[in-house]
Design a protein around this ligand. Structure first.
Ligand code: UFG
Length: 330
């Protein structure tokens, strides 16, 4: 049984590939390397460079390899960028899914675990957010992922392609042994940006908005460690392999931290002062996102190991200090 990991050179993909390889799975990685890093891919995984929107490429790989399941991370995921350039998101994320499903149908691959997002919920009416709560995205990124969820539901009904949609909340941290971690260009995520400021490689750290209806006025997010998230994908694939029906699961910690609380935790972990200013709101940001994730725990048997935000930040800081330039390939 071969698992194909699409976007396996990216941040979450590479951690999942590493965990799959550790579990003894046969893994291939497909990645166009637009945002991914070749060095991030575990050496035991066979690598194919190409784009999921390229049907010929998918067809060549699926002819050569007997793929039985797909884990799909190959998407753009930056909320503010999606506000500036929505078509880029609908093309790669939603369009890419259609090409991929065509290829899966053609090659008889009937299992897919894919990255969805908390951004599909938009501004929630209540927290924690449950899987069957309304999905009304406030940005094109969330909309492009919601469209993927909707398309795949019909593909399941018509062609029997079973899926698990994993709706991530805020992912952070790095492999605890420091071998792989987060390296985006440009970096837009709060924790790595704060750590760049702690390391002195970035100034002008801003917290975007302090007039939200939250405990301290800054946005509240639910952080989950990237290795815990990776493990959830493996469990989701096992769930499909056991013949269970298609479903969607939140992946979060059920605890919310405000942006100022994250800043404070990073000061504790790094021992650095980390100067920061309050800036204007960032367009497209929902005020509070906290997951109810008991469903993943109950149905998939998911058991996150990193249950406090300082432990998450520690692994990210470990990676950042040993790789101040990330993979150094940009
Ligand atoms: N933020 C700052 N300053 C910065 C960067 C971010 O204050 O320099 C704030 C943002 O405004 C937001 C919070 O930090 O309030 C988190 O922002 P991130 O960019 O780190 O993450 P997002 O919450 O925007 O998005 C992430 C993923 C999405 C996912 C979402 C769901 O990137 O894919 O979490 O919770 F949908």
């Amino acid at each position: 049984m071969t698992i194909a990991v699409l976007g396996g050179a990216g941040y979450i993909g590479s951690h999942t590939v590493a965990q799959l390889v550790k579990a003894g799975e046969d893994v291939i990685v497909l990645d166009n390397l637009i945002t991914g890093h070749r060095q991030a891919v575990a050496s035991k995984a066979r690598f194919y460079q190409g784009d999921i929107r390229d049907y010929q490429f998918l067809s060549q790989v699926f002819t050569q390899e007997k793929v039985t399941g797909i884990i799909h991370f190959a998407a753009f995921s930056i909320v503010p960028e999606s506000m500036q350039d929505p078509l880029k998101y609908f093309d790669n994320n939603t369009g890419g899914m259609i090409t991929l499903l065509e290829a899966m149908k053609q090659f008889g691959i009937d299992k897919i675990v894919f990255s969805s997002t908390a951004a599909t919920y938009g501004e929630p009416q209540q927290v924690p957010i449950h899987e069957d709560d309304p999905q009304i995205p406030t940005n094109p990124y969330g909309e492009s992922k919601l469209a993927m969820e909707k398309i795949i539901k019909w593909a399941d009904q018509a062609y029997g392609i079973h899926f698990v949609a994993l709706r991530y909340f805020n992912v952070a941290g790095a492999m605890p042994d420091g071998t792989i971690g987060e390296d985006h260009h440009p970096e837009t995520h709060l924790i790595p940006i704060i750590l760049q400021a702690a390391a002195g490689t970035r100034d002008n750290l801003q917290i975007f908005g302090d007039d939200y209806p939250t405990k301290d006025g800054t946005n509240v997010r639910d952080y989950v460690h990237v290795v815990d998230l990776a493990d959830a994908h493996i469990l989701a694939m096992q769930y499909l392999q056991a013949g269970n029906p298609s479903d969607a699961f939140n992946l979060g910690s059920a605890t919310g931290f405000s942006n100022l609380e994250i800043l404070h935790a990073a000061r504790q972990v790094t021992g650095e002062a980390i100067p920061a200013k309050i800036g204007p709101r960032r367009p497209g940001d929902p005020s509070t996102l906290i997951a109810a994730s008991d469903k993943a725990r109950k149905v998939l048997g998911w058991q996150p190991h990193f249950d406090d935000v300082e432990a998450v930040i520690k692994t990210a800081w470990n990676w950042h200090r040993s790789h101040p330039e990330g993979y150094g390939d940009r």
